[in-house]
Design a binder for this molecule. Structure first.
Ligand code: IDP
Ligand code: MG
Length: 153
């Protein structure tokens, strides 16, 4: 199975009508959507999602932001997807992120940076598990996989 990652289109991106723009970039890159849920996090779930940042000064406002409105949580799949999607997202702060990246093109903020993507295979596995049961993740093939990947997986 190809690598998987958890991607969240954060509440600011939903409110700014950027869901289609972001999903479109992933689709055109040839990445495969295998699960999706549109939901609003409780504060408790937000605390858990960002538990690695518990000690940081920005933790409280981060939890408030991410639980303040609905967001789109997805699992995407492709070989090397974690690195690829991190590059497509751009640097954390929108005003530092390279032009051509999602954050570089659409965010000028530190916190309101539109998108979350897992940063390692370990965090991807743990984050995917916290949002999806195995039977909520769909297994299917693209008919043009050969043209996308140069092999027919
Ligand atoms: P990442 O989203 O690029 O992986 P992380 O360091 O994991 O960045 O931080 C998680 C989220 O916390 C960021 O996406 C951003 O929304 C917020 N954040 C990170 N650093 C700061 C900061 O210094 N001030 C305000 N918010 C921050
Ligand atoms: Mg992170």
């Amino acid at each position: 199975m190809a690598e998987r990652t958890l991607i969240i289109i954060k509440p600011d991106a939903v409110q700014r009508h950027l869901m289609g723009e972001i999903i479109g970039r992933f689709e055109k890159k040839g990445l495969k959507l295998v699960a999706a849920k549109f939901l609003q996090l409780s504060e408790k779930q937000a605390n858990q999602l960002y538990s690695a940042h518990r000690e940081k000064a920005f933790f409280k406002p981060l939890v408030k932001y991410i639980s303040s409105a609905p967001m789109l949580v997805m699992v995407w799949e492709a070989d090397g997807i974690i690195d690829m999607t991190r590059k497509m997202m751009g640097a954390t702060f929108g005003y530092y992120a390279e032009m051509g990246t999602i954050r570089g093109d659409f965010s000028s903020s530190e916190r309101y940076n539109l998108i979350h993507g897992s940063d390692s295979p370990e965090s991807a596995q743990q984050e995917i598990k916290s949002f999806f049961t195995p039977n909520e993740i769909v297994d299917y093939k693209f008919t043009d996989a050969h043209w996308l990947y140069g092999k027919s997986t």
